[in-house]
Write a protein that binds this ligand. Structure first.
Ligand SMILES: [Zn+2]
Length: 456
């Protein structure tokens, strides 16, 4: 007899929908420190109410981490433990004028739940709790042990997460980890991501004089804007190759398995151009690797902001005395923020730009799971049961950044994403939403996965 997980998932998701709505009503904006303890308590109580053990860990600073533990049932495989990583904090709701509904009053419109944090990341947490309840009720116990690590600082860069992972490595020990989220792409395929890029974020600035100067003096005096523009132009050539000394050499060469995985990853260049209304071709047109290789296997070098001189209406002739740029570098394995800082510093110095001040504002290391680990097949195969054979794709690592590195380092687990988002979920944006049908499937996927993973 086959069990109808699809029907069970929908039943339980509906039965506990009000719990999700309660969770979404907490205004857990970590950047503004709003309702942090209240939400952490809710997460703890939710785990306990579902039959687990839970504890709030706050001794290492920052917003607390909620620990959760569910023991395998009598017929389960108590040798295996699956860890879920989630975060209970959300992004600020700004710009509030662009919301069609109250961001902290979940509202159902056209089969979607609209609320701040619903896709990033509260529905994913609740889908996992609902899956656990469904299995416990219908099967009398879980097929394996389950743990939760639910933090409250993801949206502000997880500044304390590695301390908690290192100190509590035994408490959170597991055989594998399911990451906070996963999403369907524009073709309705579920994308399972096996890693993240890291980031090194810099501020570069130049002060060229004590005061702004009349621009007639440009005949003999340089200015801050030119100094900075020249320095920045040494970082990347007009064909978009990164030209920082020693930078290319730092990259870890991908394995054949990784290269094959990237080659098989679908990417629609025309859709990208259309979506953003690009006025120029993709920069990969001039590079000797493809767009999907660029997104997954290569670092980036981005000027994110520039500030200098007079930018008001009309004219003002002046030699600006200072200039500032924000630089964002996305990292793949082989790159670490501190080492990238050293390279950039040496590069500026060696190119005659000792006067360019450089500061590393924030850094996150990259992480990539070894996709030959059998856990990859568990996640992919269980997803195919739910989404269909053709509708599941593996992404070696996402082009974005997240705090995976510490989980790999201190817990030594393979990590893959799964979740309830879709291409228009609008994480961090107004009218953030998920589709209820995707939520049902998300619950079903976790039910399937717990069974697949637990097989001896
Ligand atoms: Zn986020």
């Amino acid at each position: 007899m086959t069990v109808d997980y699809k029907a069970i998932a929908k039943d339980y998701a509906d039965k506990y929908m009000e719990d999700l709505f309660t969770y979404l009503r907490y205004e857990t904006v970590s950047a503004q420190g709003r309702e942090i303890p209240e939400t952490a308590n809710f997460v703890r109580d939710t785990i306990i109410e579902a039959g687990g053990e839970s504890e709030i860990l706050g001794d290492l600073g920052g917003h607390p981490v909620v620990y959760g533990y569910f023991k395998a049932g009598a017929n389960g495989n108590s040798d295996k433990t699956l860890l879920f990583y989630n975060h209970y904090d959300v992004q600020p709701e700004d710009p509030i004028d662009e919301w069609k509904t109250n961001p902290f009053e979940p509202t159902v419109v056209d089969g979607k739940i609209i609320a701040r944090g619903v896709s990033d990341n509260k529905a994913n947490f609740m889908s996992r709790i609902v899956a656990i309840k469904a299995i416990q009720d219908t099967e009398g116990g879980l097929p394996c042990n389950v743990k939760f690590f639910v933090e409250g600082e993801e949206e502000i860069g997880s500044p304390n997460i590695d301390k908690y992972l290192e100190t509590y490595a035994d408490k959170f020990s597991a055989d594998a980890c399911i990451w906070e989220s996963g999403s369907k792409d524009s073709e309705e395929r579920m994308v399972i991501s096996a890693g993240v890029k890291g980031i090194a974020y810099f501020e570069a600035s130049v002060v060229s004089a004590d005061i702004d100067i009349h621009s007639s003096q440009a005949a003999v005096i340089d200015n801050g804007a030119w100094r900075l523009v020249h320095a920045l132009a040494t970082l990347r050539d007009v064909d978009n190759n990164i030209t920082v000394d020693g930078f290319k050499e730092m990259r870890t060469q991908p394995t054949d398995v990784e290269k094959a995985s990237v080659a098989a990853f679908p990417y629609n260049e025309a859709a990208t151009i259309d979506t953003y209304g690009l006025k120029q071709p993709l920069i990969t047109d001039g590079l000797d690797y493809s767009a999907q290789e660029a997104l997954i296997l290569y670092p980036t070098m981005t000027i994110s902001g520039l500030l200098s001189g007079y930018t008001g209406p009309g004219t003002k002739t002046v030699l600006p005395r200072q200039a500032m740029a924000k630089i964002d570098v996305r990292l793949v394995p082989g790159y670490e923020p501190d080492k990238v800082y050293e390279l950039l510093r040496n590069h500026f110095d060696n190119h005659g730009f000792k006067d360019v001040d450089l500061e590393l504002l924030t850094g996150v290391k990259p992480f990539r799971t070894d996709i030959s680990d059998p856990f990859t097949e568990d996640v992919i195969n269980s997803a195919k049961e739910v989404y269909g054979e053709e509708n599941v794709i593996l992404e070696l690592n996402s082009a974005g950044t997240g705090p995976m590195y510490g989980f790999g380092k201190y817990l030594n687990v393979p990590i893959l994403g799964a979740g309830t988002g879709w291409v228009e979920s609008g994480a961090h944006a107004p009218n953030e939403n998920i589709r209820i049908e995707d939520y049902y499937q998300g619950v079903e996927h976790i039910i399937q996965l717990l069974h697949t993973f637990s097989k001896k």
